[in-house]
Design a protein around this ligand. Sequence first.
Ligand code: ADP
Length: 464
Amino acid sequence: MSATSLQKFFGRWLLLLLAIPATLAWLYQDLSPDRVPAAFLKISVVVALLAAGVLAISYFEFRDWSRRVRTLQDFVAALPVLEADLREDGPPEIQRLSRALRLKAREVRHLVDRANIEVDRREAILRCMAEGVLAVDAELKIIFCNDAFASTFSARTADSEGRQLYEVVREPLLREILERVLATGTAERDRIQLPTAGRRWFEARTIPLGAAPPRGAVIALHDITELHRQEQVRKDFVADVSHELRTPLSAIRGYAETLLDGALEDPGTSRKFVEVILSHAIRLGNIASDLLVLSELDSDSGPPADPQVVQLQHVIESAIHTVEDSARMRNVKVTHVAGEACFVLGLRFRLEQAVVNLLDNAVKFNRPDGEVRIECGYADDTHVHLTVADTGIGIPSGDLKRIFERFYRVDKARSRPAGGTGLGLPIVKEVVERMGGSVSVESVLGRGSKFTIELEAAPAPAEV
Ligand code: ADP
């Protein structure tokens, strides 16, 4: 209680005490021995009346105080959600307290508003993130889960919050990581494959919430399935390349050493050996140039930066010109079936390379006196197709899916001596897909194969 109210309180009781001598003075006349009882009665009445008055006043004052204190309590309890009306009246102490509380309430509300805006902002960012984000408390109960995380595990975001982790995600690996971070209080980064998320690969970054012991943990899942696949492809590719290079290199080395060891003296053998060395050197050269083409295609992703309108008939004619020597050597007839002029948008030299690769295979894997027919035409109003059909050995149906893979050959023993690298069809596929088209194959074993390239048609140039 402050000084002012205390002063009032003591003032009243002082008044009461002063009333006693005043009463005595008033009753002085009556204080004769025979009137003592009457005097005491009067004194008692006066004191009792005064005491009752003081008590009544104090009672109402205390009631008022407790009402005002309750109002203040309600005001504080309602913070920061609602500002109850707080009037500045009553005793000065209450007025001062009300004023101070109102000021503090304003500050608190300002702080809470700012904190709410910040929380909303962060939650909006987390919700629209492409990475899956999950936050759990120390008992592994989900406190936040964004849509990306829920859809990774085919769960519903709305249902997830407030539930136990195992009810929403049955993924032991995820649970282990979260439990470890909660136990150690240290952040971790893991590369994991999650069976319940379609066996996809993720980089998981997990951090504890709050200082030790953590109040919870947050895990962010970044889908790296494609990256992981590319890394695997790159690793396999390097292994394949070194394997492919090793065979011709060790053959060249072996034959050269045999020549130096004395085979040089025998002109017949030495000529044969040098021819073998030459054929392997040619194969190495072919591998190197095909690898270069593939790496160029890999490095400029997307459609060509400067495409031209290309007439497919011109491409076919120059491709036939490139393979005519080897066709003649193998006695294979290459026929260009004339059709209407077709135009596509792309890089002519790349397209020519793809068609040469198809023709080269059609000649290489043909039978003596066989035939290769190449033609192009409109598949519909917006697409053209180019087909290369041969009367060759054909491709087993089990291999059809794989022949577009790098270094895949159906019959290595037949492809290698013919200078094959196993990169011809992958180059065709890359070139065609970069142009937004597709390549397909049909084949009957022992009867022949037909490769079809389908591309988007371009309008004919005005001058043609
Ligand atoms: P290669 O350099 O060996 O020709 P490709 O990538 O061009 O490599 O072809 C891959 C494999 O597909 C070949 O080794 C061959 O087994 C098969 N192949 C491709 N074209 C034909 C075809 N026209 N007839 C039969 N087999 C073919």
